[in-house]
Design a protein around this ligand. Structure first.
Ligand SMILES: [Fe+2]
Ligand SMILES: [Fe+2]
Length: 265
């Protein structure tokens, strides 16, 4: 069994310190095997905001995988660096955090894709090179490992055509995204069969709230079972606000009611 903590849209520069402290305490309590951060670590890609993000990553109770979000690229009012060196600060301040990170063990493979584009602000895109990278990485996936992809923009804004089909075709089990600051869990059925689970996280600790409060997701993967726990901010602590359970049957995921066996808290 593997536990992944999925955080997104931290937006250092516009965070609530009380929420940040509680978030670290909740992560410490749940002890995930891996922390996955799907972009927008900063508010305006300023050096001191990246420094805060780096200090936060250094306090993680597990290794963290990170991809940039649109707010982590050089801002549009700096057109030269925006066009020619959009990810320079991300690379400088977060050394070791590649834009296409991969982590694997016999139970799970996690692949990060950078969906940001220098000349687009809100909508993302993925290039053919990303899909080549995905295919090459999956060629080396352990046979029974769950396949997890994470990216900042929801695939409906980053892929054209049938946005999820290419991921279902590649046997992806779970897609983790952010950007819209709203928690959402959905089962996506492929056109040709197969399915995947889409998890969109709200903003973990920023005051840039839209329709949702702060929160993050805990994913428990155990063979053909998957549990998604939505952790929400009560005003004092993070606590579990709801669960979603899925089971893989005949090669496709399906949503199930609360199972007989529930993972320990
Ligand atoms: Fe954001
Ligand atoms: Fe974003």
């Amino acid at each position: 069994m593997r536990v992944l903590a999925h955080l997104s849209d931290l937006h250092f520069g516009r965070t609530d310190p009380k929420v940040v402290a509680a978030l670290l305490a909740d992560l410490e309590r749940h002890r995930p095997h891996q922390v996955i951060i799907s972009g927008d670590l900063t508010q305006r890609a300023r050096s001191h905001q990246f420094a805060e993000a780096r200090a936060f990553l250094e306090r993680m109770p597990a290794p963290a995988l990170v991809v940039p979000g649109n707010h982590d690229l050089s801002p549009l009012y700096r057109p030269f660096s925006r066009i020619f060196r959009p990810r320079a600060k991300f690379r400088h301040h977060l050394p070791g955090h590649d834009e296409l990170p991969v982590w694997t063990d016999p139970e799970v493979m996690v692949i990060g894709l950078d969906s940001t584009r220098s000349l687009r602000w809100k909508s993302g895109a993925l290039k053919g090179a990303h899909l080549d990278h995905l295919e090459e990485t999956l060629d080396n996936a352990p046979q029974h490992a769950a396949r997890v992809v994470f990216l900042h923009h929801p695939p409906s804004t980053a892929f054209s055509g049938h946005p999820y089909e290419v991921l279902v075709e590649h046997g992806i089990d779970l897609v983790l995204t952010g950007h819209v600051h709203h928690a959402h869990v959905e089962l996506i059925n492929g056109v040709q069969g197969g399915s995947l689970v889409l998890v969109q996280a709200t903003t973990a600790c920023s005051t840039r709230l839209r329709e949702d409060s702060n929160g993050y997701c805990l994913v428990r993967l155990d063979g053909n079972h998957m549990e998604i726990g939505i952790q929400g901010w009560s005003g004092e602590v993070f606590h579990t606000v709801r669960h979603h359970w899925f089971e893989k049957y005949a090669g496709a995921w399906r949503m199930i009611p609360r199972p007989m066996h529930v993972f320990p808290p």
